[in-house]
Design a protein around this ligand. Structure first.
Ligand SMILES: Cc1cc2nc3c(=O)[nH]c(=O)nc-3n(C[C@H](O)[C@H](O)[C@H](O)COP(=O)(O)OP(=O)(O)OC[C@H]3O[C@@H](n4cnc5c(N)ncnc54)[C@H](O)[C@@H]3O)c2cc1C
Length: 298
């Protein structure tokens, strides 16, 4: 690996200054994407700015409205074990729990997963389904970007080279909501998703009033299956309707064939995983284990 300078800012301000003075600098949080890329020479930064200990990026709390604030440098393992996340933002906690191995999850951050922008990034589909916003700091101040606008292509995002993703803000799901994330990998661990699907639904008086379905690893960017969502909304959901939504989700996917699976196999997985995630999300929204998602959070 090439030699590099290491900057260890102690505040977001000094981090932004470090980026301004070293134009080819790269941020590092857990390093689980960046260091392998440096080892094979895909990126060759002269300066690395370590953000893993910046207090502003380590926030993990719910506010009075029940919205979840996750600092970009919060590791997947912390998210997976965080009770309010597991209870009210279950799809996100589940996705954090499947990243890499135990060792990887101790380092791998939510911000790094999003900023790296791999189509298979596991924590992206749940955040799309939960309609998260991303707080980004740059030389012109701060801006809030809906996650649906964040991804621009494979490894391309709204982040400029001197931007820092600071926080991910996830609105509290309404009462009667449930969600889940399921991915398919040939191996149980240390493998990336061939397809990943997150579903999040809200049910009121037996009617699905809101449905969000997000797909990973089936297009250059993680994306919502909006036609499938529309098919479910304002309906009493039946197995037949779930089948129709799963079919519509397939039409949102534009998968490639590679060594991990053919495009046809990926379309099949979208159908199966959409069906399964919807069934689980509906059960969580309405079943005996369903919990109100506003008010006192644990
Ligand atoms: C063995 C192994 C298994 C893995 N398995 C999975 C898996 O199952 N699922 C999965 O989704 N991923 C997996 N990954 C990929 C990786 O672990 C995740 O994407 C992880 O979340 C990246 O976070 P990080 O903190 O390590 O990012 P880093 O490597 O530190 O950074 C990644 C990129 O994001 C940029 N960046 C980081 N933080 C910020 C920020 N706050 N603002 C702006 N830019 C930022 C960096 O400059 C860099 O370009 C695996 C990696 C390894 C090595």
């Amino acid at each position: 690996m090439r030699r590099f300078d290491l900057a260890l800012p102690d505040s977001l301000e000094s981090c932004l200054q470090a980026l301004a003075t070293a134009p080819d600098a790269k941020l590092v949080a857990g390093g689980t994407d960046l260091l392998p890329q440096m080892k094979i020479g895909v990126v060759k930064p002269r300066t690395i700015v370590d953000i893993s200990a910046l207090p502003e990026l380590k926030v993990l709390q719910t506010d009075e409205g029940g919205n979840l604030h996750v600092g970009a440098a919060v590791p997947a393992h912390t998210l997976e074990m965080h009770t309010p996340t597991a209870t009210n933002f279950t799809a996100l906690a589940e996705s954090a729990g499947v990243v890499g191995s135990f060792q990887v999850r101790n380092l791998a951050t939510l911000g790094g997963n999003l900023a790296n922008a791999a189509p298979s990034a596991d924590m992206a589909p749940p955040l799309l389904a939960l309609e998260a916003d991303l707080l980004i700091a740059g030389k012109n101040g701060r801006r809030r970007v809906p996650i649906s606008d964040f991804f621009l292509g494979v490894r391309r995002t709204q982040l400029a080279a001197d931007d820092v993703l600071v926080e991910i803000i996830i609105p509290a799901p309404a009462p009667g909501s449930g969600g889940t994330y399921i991915r398919h990998t040939p191996r149980r661990e240390l493998d990336i998703a061939v397809v990943g699907v997150a579903s999040q639904v809200t049910v009121r008086d037996g009617t699905c009033v809101k449905a969000r379905i997000a797909l990973g690893a089936v297009a250059p960017v993680p994306l919502r299956a909006t036609a499938a969502e529309a098919r479910l909304e304002n309906q009493a959901v039946t197995p037949q309707l779930i089948e129709e939504a799963a079919e519509l989700a397939v039409s949102a996917a534009s998968p490639i064939s590679d060594q991990r699976g053919s495009a046809d196999y990926r379309r099949h997985l979208v159908r199966v995983l959409t069906r399964r995630t919807l069934a689980t999300a509906l059960e969580r929204a309405t079943g005996p284990g369903a919990r109100p998602t506003t008010g006192d959070l644990p």
